[in-house]
Design a protein around this ligand. Structure first.
Ligand code: NAD
Ligand code: UDP
Length: 320
């Protein structure tokens, strides 16, 4: 594969940092851009002496230029519900202005462009499992809309830059992903349950725990994303693990993996919390020859040391 200069926005975040590692390992040079809104420099600490990597501290909502790049991976955005509720306007802006600014970079340098979209585009889905041709069921004025609608706008913008400017774009709809570097205190279910279990606190299930999610280990996701970026596909592609878990089953799996024997407590279900989510990955399998390899049990075991280190390093939110 040709060695490229790659721009990764959101490089200090969970997924952006893993993507950066993968691209560097393949011999590319990476320019990471991040404003540290939800990211963590510790995710990039191991790259301090890496000659093919540099980090630019920059808000992508402001037009910027890092010089010639061969491809752009746009991963900058708050991603956890706690984060995008706290940063609602910023989330709308990064999905709109930030996406346009990065598309302009791809247009200027004739670079490939991959955007990190989300299963949230399907909202609370009436079609199950979710297939890419389903248009979704999103409440445009609900509390999650700052994220969902920003991502739907991004998909429209990315598609328009392909349609009007012939930019070589790719759209990945990412389903819930976990692994080392998932922020311990950003409120997502895997980090909450892992930290609670390792601290000996009760696990907090929102609602009755019958809602479902499908959890993909980070290495599987990044492999699918890199394959998509090398493909000729411009329409959205689901990347996620199709094994579906109720949140209650997920809590029990985490208790089993951590060896903890703890009570489960119930908290109110957030408004518009999707009742079910599972990717149909037929398209990714056919187009990319991709499917996930890591089971939830294996992935949680691979994440244990990271979450233990988080507890040792710093206190996390009191509710967790
Ligand atoms: P994260 O919060 O760990 O990382 C996001 C990064 O973007 C952070 O480093 C943050 O500082 C940076 N950022 C936010 N706003 C910015 C701005 N205006 N300018 C520059 N940098 C900015 O989240 P993540 O889980 O790594 O998610 C990365 C991307 O993948 C996001 O776009 C998210 O919507 C998408 N995604 C993630 C998941 C998942 O399960 N992790 C699922 C679907 C989609
Ligand atoms: N959830 C939970 N307990 C927690 C955190 C989350 O029961 O401590 C639930 C949440 O209500 C949702 C699911 O777990 O139904 C996944 O939540 P997360 O925030 O990880 O991601 P989402 O898929 O909702 O964006």
């Amino acid at each position: 594969m040709k060695q490229e200069i790659v721009l990764v926005t959101g490089a200090a975040g969970f997924l952006g940092s893993h993507l950066t590692d993968k691209l560097l390992a393949a011999g590319h040079s990476v320019i990471g851009v991040d404003n540290l809104a939800t990211g963590n420099l510790a995710n990039l600490a191991h790259l301090k002496h890496e000659p093919n990597f540099r980090l630019v501290e920059q808000d992508i909502c402001v037009p910027f230029d890092v010089g010639h790049v061969d491809s752009v991976f746009n991963f900058a955005s708050p991603a956890s519900p706690d984060d995008y509720h706290r940063l609602g306007i910023e989330t709308l802006l990064v999905g709109s202005a930030g996406t346009i600014n990065t598309l302009e970079i791809a247009r200027k340098y004739n670079a490939g462009y991959l955007h990190a979209s989300t299963s949230e585009c399907y909202g609370d889905p009436e079609v199950h499992p979710q297939v890419e041709t389903y248009w979704g069921n999103v409440n445009p004025v609900g509390p999650r809309s700052v994220y969902d609608e920003a991502k739907r706008f991004s998909e429209a913008a990315v598609t328009a830059y392909h349609r009007y400017h012939n930019v070589n774009t790719h759209l990945v709809r990412i389903f819930n992903t976990y692994g080392p570097r998932l922020q311990a205190n950003d409120g997502r279910v895997i980090s909450n349950f892992m930290i609670q279990a390792l601290r000996g606190n009760p696990l907090t299930i929102y609602g009755d725990g019958s809602q479902t999610r499908s959890f993909c280990f980070v290495s599987d996701l990044i492999e699918g994303i890199v394959r998509l970026s090398r493909s000729a596909e411009h329409t959205p592609v689901n990347i996620g693990n199709p094994v579906e878990w109720t949140i209650k089953e997920c809590a029990l799996e985490i208790l089993a993996v951590t060896g903890a024997d703890l009570p489960i407590v119930h908290r109110p279900l957030p408004q518009d919390d999707p009742t079910r989510r599972r990717p149909d990955i037929t398209k990714a399998k056919a187009l990319l020859g991709w499917e996930p390899k890591v089971s939830l049990n294996e992935g949680l075991k691979l994440s244990l040391d990271y979450f233990k280190a988080c507890i040792d390093a710093a206190p996390v939110a009191a509710s967790v």
